[in-house]
Design a protein around this ligand. Structure first.
Ligand code: ADP
Ligand code: MG
Length: 382
């Protein structure tokens, strides 16, 4: 006889809990005046746990000031800093659990690497045994396991940056602040460090705010980019949106290169277009709101084609194709071969400058007559 086993009728209950994303850092209305100069004006954004956020902007736009206010190294004129839902605006730096690695790495030159890292741990209350274990662990993490007895002066720039990072990470900060850590490194090392830093950040899952004036850093590393100019936030978005859908002229011009036009929108053709002097640029289908008369247009170099113009029977270059949508005759000004691709500059007959990113080593030379084309859907209208 097959009887029911005790408990076999018990129902399995699965409780699905919503995944709670913790806001690690929030700044609100953060403002800093130095005398009459407003260095940071009413800045607000948030960073979720584990996110890698880049603060991108030109030199002097207020990035370091903003970072220092978050760290507690500078007092805001107005506004609030919240860390793990706690208002820390009035707490001194040592009472905020924040890790910092700055541009001019503030390693103590008279201390060894070990002492430098242990110093940060001591400040955060780790006892000697823990300090010893953690120094070793984090030196291994930054690939410098045998450098504990070196002094900073005996290390390369890149190695010093890694020690500085180990020091900032060893006490497990709520958030890691990095102020232009790759500035001053050469191109190859910079790229290597970028990759290394990203891997490390993802592995540790440490929430990070990375300050840079370098758009490549921002676009290649971040979950989210905060674009700052003149102390004010311009756009907060994913890297792709920052590049493909900039919200204003500053973002469009600061992040990436482009071909530019400006002029009034006209609706008296089969499709809306912009009358940019001697050039008419057909616009994307969904972009035109009739209440905006004067607009700026941007086309990214990856969306621009430059081809040698077809010769006509009488020896001249044809301009027939120029009557097509967004096709303009021009002359090559410059060909920059960059190895894996090339950047080609041409001057249009109407006077504008066209910039195209092409396949490597294109068969084009300065002075060649060309046809510059792009799809109307690739035009960014601002
Ligand atoms: P960034 O880091 O983006 O280069 P900063 O935050 O260092 O910008 O500087 C923002 C503005 O504030 C600049 O105009 C700079 O000259 C000014 N500034 C920065 N620190 C001070 C200071 N301690 N006293 C007066 N002005 C300052
Ligand atoms: Mg700075």
């Amino acid at each position: 006889m097959v009887g029911a086993l005790p408990g076999s009728t018990a129902e399995l209950t699965i409780i699905i809990l919503p995944i709670q994303i913790l806001t690690m850092l929030e700044v609100n209305g953060l403002t800093k005046y130095y005398g009459d100069l407003c260095a940071v004006n009413d800045v607000g954004f948030r960073i979720d746990e584990g996110e890698f956020v880049t603060l991108l902007g030109p030199s002097g736009c207020g990035k370091t000031t903003l970072l220092h206010m978050i760290a507690g190294l500078r007092e805001p004129t107005e506004g609030e800093v919240t860390l793990r839902s706690e208002n820390v605006t009035n707490l001194p730096p040592e009472e905020r659990n924040i890790g910092m690695a700055f541009q001019s790495t503030a390693l103590f030159p008279h201390m060894t690497v070990r002492e430098n890292i242990a110093y940060g741990l001591r400040m955060h209350g780790y006892d000697e045994e823990e300090r010893h274990a953690r120094v070793q662990e984090f030196l291994e993490l930054v690939d410098l396991p045998n450098h504990d007895d070196h002094r900073p002066g005996e290390l390369s720039g890149g190695q010093q940056q890694r020690v500085s990072l180990a020091r900032a990470l060893a006490y497990e900060p709520d958030i890691l602040l990095l102020d232009e850590p790759l500035t001053g490194l050469d191109r190859v090392l910079r790229e290597e460090m970028r990759q290394w830093l990203m891997t490390l950040q993802r592995e540790l899952g440490v929430t990070s705010l990375y300050v840079t004036h370098d758009q490549e850093d921002a676009l290649s590393m971040s979950d989210k980019v905060v674009v700052l100019d003149d102390g004010e936030i311009q756009q907060v978005d994913h890297p792709q949106a920052i590049y493909e859908q900039p919200v204003n002229d500053f973002v469009a011009e600061f992040v990436g290169k482009s071909m530019q036009f400006s002029g009034p929108i006209r609706n008296d053709g089969p499709r809306p277009f912009v009358d940019a002097g001697d050039t008419c640029v057909v616009l994307p289908n969904d972009s035109v709101s009739s209440d905006r008369e004067e607009v700026s247009l941007y086309v990214r170099p990856e969306d621009v084609n430059i081809e040698a113009a077809q010769a006509t029977a009488d020896g001249g270059a044809t301009t027939v194709a120029a009557t097509e949508e967004n096709a303009f005759p021009g002359t090559i000004e410059k060909v920059s071969n960059l190895g894996n691709r090339a950047e080609v500059t041409a001057t249009l007959e109407s006077g504008e400058t066209a910039l195209a990113s092409t396949n490597r080593f294109p068969h084009l030379e300065v002075g060649d007559e060309v046809l510059v084309t792009f799809d109307s859907e690739s035009v960014i209208v601002l």
